[in-house]
Design a protein around this ligand. Structure first.
Ligand code: LMR
Length: 333
């Protein structure tokens, strides 16, 4: 009884106003795999600043970049176990935990521009997709952009025949796997943190990524050619551990939501510029030779990849593909 009374008294003390500030802050670990000077890296830092400000220091956000805590597959498991509280994996990385729908964004030539993407993610389709995460012990808070992907290898890539027989590193998405198979190449799933070395040592011949990811991982220094295909998109779903999120006091959850909303606006406003700057820096570096495909070459690539829409319908859902296509159509920047 005495023990119980002491415990109640201690709890009352902790709950007393004025003493709360002396309490240890709630630690929110935000782990990601890219460099700090990327759209996601900057978004995470922005969130840290705002979250700590709006909660008056009651929440401390620790950002771990460049896979310092976990690599791609591990980070999702760590989130589910509660070892970290927040992540922003790319859309292409949810398949292995049983959510295939986000792979719709891997379909090449699906989104003509970021405005069309936004219409999808910010509309009913995007909102509904976020709810799928609930059953996996996480809550989807937002979509963050990176940008459009380019192809790179040690040989010039112009038309589908150039890809034949080459090995390409891919993210863990069945759509991306099928994409490279259609081009006659061999796809190999690999964690982002291992790509530079795999390219350097010739474990793989090529890869696809955004200029920002390529530049900050120095991929341009180990790839002789980069073709500006803009064929596909990389973006992120910001997710938080569900138990952690729902266990937060309502006022703190509200403050973090405000910080996230503002960080999303910031990340999505600056992503295109980040990628433009990375592209300019790689051009200045002069390590990789840039190829601008002709309209005929682009048409050949698009034609070679078109069967994906049918082939992947059973995986990501025909209705979803049709809905995204319809929503994205006709939206101009
Ligand atoms: C990749 O694995 O290439 C990207 O998803 C990395 C990232 O998070 O942008």
């Amino acid at each position: 009884m005495r023990k119980l009374l002491l415990a109640v008294a201690a709890a009352a003390l902790i709950a007393a106003p004025g003493i709360a500030s002396a309490q240890a802050p709630i630690v929110l670990k935000f782990s990601h795999v890219v460099a700090p000077n990327t759209p996601k890296g900057k978004g995470a830092e922005h969130f840290k600043v705002l979250a700590e400000k709006y909660t008056n220091g009651k929440v401390k956000v620790e950002v771990y970049h460049n896979s310092t805590l976990y690599k791609d597959k591990e980070e999702l498991e760590a989130l589910q176990l509660g070892a970290v509280q927040m992540l922003a994996p790319s859309n292409s990385k949810f398949g292995p935990i049983g959510i295939k729908d986000f792979e719709v964004f891997d379909l090449p030539f699906l989104l003509p521009n970021l405005a069309s993407l936004r219409k999808v993610t910010e509309g009913p389709i995007g909102k509904k997709m976020l709810t799928l995460l609930d059953s996996k012990g996480m809550v989807g808070l937002a979509y963050w952009d990176n940008g459009f992907k380019q192809m790179s290898a040690n040989k010039p890539l112009h038309v589908p025949a150039d890809y034949k027989g080459l090995k390409f590193r891919i993210q863990s998405s069945k759509v991306l796997e099928a994409q490279f198979r259609l081009l006659g190449a061999t796809p190999q799933v690999m964690a982002f943190s291992e790509v530079y070395q795999a390219l350097q040592t010739g474990v793989v011949d090529g890869q696809e990524n955004t200029p920002s990811n390529m530049y900050t991982q120095k991929m341009d220094e180990v790839q002789k050619f980069t073709t500006l295909t803009n064929h596909g998109y990389i973006g992120y779903v910001v997710v938080v551990n569900k138990k952690f999120w729902e266990g937060l006091p309502a006022d703190i959850r509200g403050q973090l939501t405000k910080a996230m909303d503002e960080s999303t606006a910031f990340a999505n406003k600056t992503s295109a510029q980040e990628n433009d700057e990375a592209l300019a820096d790689m051009k200045k570096n002069g390590k990789t030779t840039f190829i601008v495909p002709t309209p005929a070459e682009m048409a050949a690539m698009q034609k070679a990849m078109e069967p994906l829409y049918n082939d992947m319908a059973s995986r990501v859902g025909k209705q979803l593909i049709d809905d995204v296509r319809k929503t994205a159509q006709g939206v101009t920047n």
